[in-house]
Design a protein around this ligand. Structure first.
Ligand code: GSH
Length: 216
């Protein structure tokens, strides 16, 4: 198994959590340095034409891409512990929470968007940061509101870690990277804390990966 990753990538962080929870260790972790733009080099473009991390190759392929698709693949191929509830409504809720992060919010603050704002639209650094914080706050507000549901337990959906928690953990890490005040989102903060008490999640954290700085 080959895993294309980078310490700072929040989408790779999501897959790393799933790999750890499933007890799967890739044979090879290939670093694609997003800060040097290596995701746009021909070698990686051939792996993922979207030029985004993560990607995963299990055996003779095909190459898997998009964190949620990869996580569901891992969940299907390594069923224990399950990362989705058994009931259809539960699965829909968990996928919905996950997609708030992975589909509606995170894609708006990734390097390709920030770099387009900077180089094509000539938007200055404080305004770009305001953009990123805005989309963080939108997602955190939606999550906090959704998590007031009776379905929420120690984690986003009951007391077992699901894909929603994996995404929430990445959202919480991203909020720190962008200096977003999370005090108005106590349920998100509580669940993010509960996630970090699980070793498989804690050791997947971006700042614990090779090459990561002590803080950002
Ligand atoms: N929706 C994708 C997002 C992938 C993505 O945008 N990854 C970021 C890193 S977290 C990336 O590689 N960005 C490269 C770029 O924006 O140039 C997923 O969840 O896998």
């Amino acid at each position: 198994m080959k895993f294309y990753s980078f310490w700072r990538s929040l989408a790779a962080y999501r897959v790393r959590i799933a790999l750890n929870l499933k007890g799967v260790t890739p044979d090879e972790v290939i670093d694609v340095n997003l800060m040097k733009g290596q995701q746009r080099e021909a070698a990686y473009r051939a792996v993922n034409p979207m030029m985004a991390l993560p990607a995963l190759i299990d055996g003779d392929g095909p190459i898997l891409f998009e964190s949620l698709a990869i996580i569901e693949y891992l969940d299907e191929t390594h069923p224990q512990p399950p990362l989705l509830p058994r009931d259809a409504r539960g699965r829909a809720r968990v996928r919905g929470l996950a997609q708030i992060v992975a589909c509606d919010s995170h894609p708006l603050i990734v390097p390709r968007v920030r770099e387009y704002l900077e180089h094509e639209l000539k938007i200055d650094e404080p305004t770009r940061m305001a953009w990123c914080r805005h989309w963080h706050v939108q997602a955190l507000t939606a999550l906090e509101t959704q998590l007031q549901s009776k379905e929420t337990g120690r984690f986003c959906h009951g007391d077992q870690v699901t894909i929603a928690d994996i995404c929430l953990a990445s959202q919480a890490a991203g909020a720190k990277f962008f200096n977003v005040d999370t005090a108005p989102f106590p349920t998100v903060v509580r669940i993010a804390g509960a996630c970090q008490e699980i070793d498989a999640i804690a050791r997947a954290h971006p700042l614990k990966q090779p090459g990561a700085p002590a803080s950002v």
